[in-house]
Write a protein that binds this ligand. Sequence first.
Ligand code: FA5
Length: 342
Amino acid sequence: MKEKIRKIENEVEKLLKNSKTLEDIEGIRIKYLGKKSELSNLLKSLKNLTQEEKKEIGPLANNARKNIHSKIDKKKELLEENFDAETEWIDVSAPGNEIKKGSLSPLSIVQQDIENIFTAIGFEVADGPEIESEYFNFDGANMPANHPARDMQDTFWIKTDSGDGNGQVLRTHTTNCQVRYMQTHTPPFRIIVPGRVFRQEATDASHEHTFHQFEALVVGKNVSVANFLSVAKSFFSAFFGKDISVRVRPSYFPFVEPGFEFDISCTNCGGKGCSTCQQTGWLEIGGAGMVHQNVLVEGGYKRDEYTGFAWGFGLERLAMMKYKINDIRLFHSGDTRFGKQF
Ligand code: FA5
């Protein structure tokens, strides 16, 4: 048995000397230390020996096992440090595997652009809840219960456990943030509020039930329509990267007086008339106006102490103009062929 143990140790020694790769080492480990190895069998058979023999052979076999272990480990470390440049090399000039990256949605791109333009001219970005009280969505915006203007925006009402509406809605516009913001801030201030809004509407190429708006609200002393026109012109020119004209037409929104619909010169033809603007030279953008004094009073200010302007546009519609997207439903379609283009 002593002979056998010595023979195994010598064999391992020789094999380790000649081994060049980590796979060789693993092979040696399995062959000489594995469960079915000669040494393991020898250790198992110790129980059949006499007491005297056990005393002599036992330590010898155990030592051999330890030695083989540590020699294998040492050789492994050595190989790991000194790799063989002949067989183990990497071609750093080989073309890599293409890593598939996601892309931002055009809505996110447009929202970031808008935020960058407005923060650069001193606006803050504000936020508000999508599940909103009837008060902030309607009453505070000068639309008390039974006001006919509530029908202008088809509303999703939230049912509570008690079964009634309980005054909670999915906000129908970002105007819900006006009185919210006023109640906790003192003019002068300038904010924009980008956010998701909801309307119980049938969808078509230009209408969604879930879409985004962005509100602008400026309140202070002597804020005028001229300020609105100037901010609007600067914003749209920066956003489309060209000189844009703005015009307003009288319109009605309960939370502004006077109220306007407003248009920008066609981003395609510059105002000459083309198919994009149906030959009119103008594109409809959204609603705007001078903040109604009733809203400023709800905000906690004295009547006639401040004036302000506000507007609200659809973000999707702006993105559609910028990227020439012809169907609003593409934004939430989940179609990767659409998303990949941005
Ligand atoms: C409003 O929501 C007002 N709160 C806007 C406003 C704010 C006016 C401040 C005055 C002062 P309106 O319902 O028109 O107004 O919606 C504003 C814009 O949201 C529209 O011009 C359009 O760009 C977009 N929009 C409205 N409905 C939809 C829809 N179903 N799908 C996609 N975009 C829509």
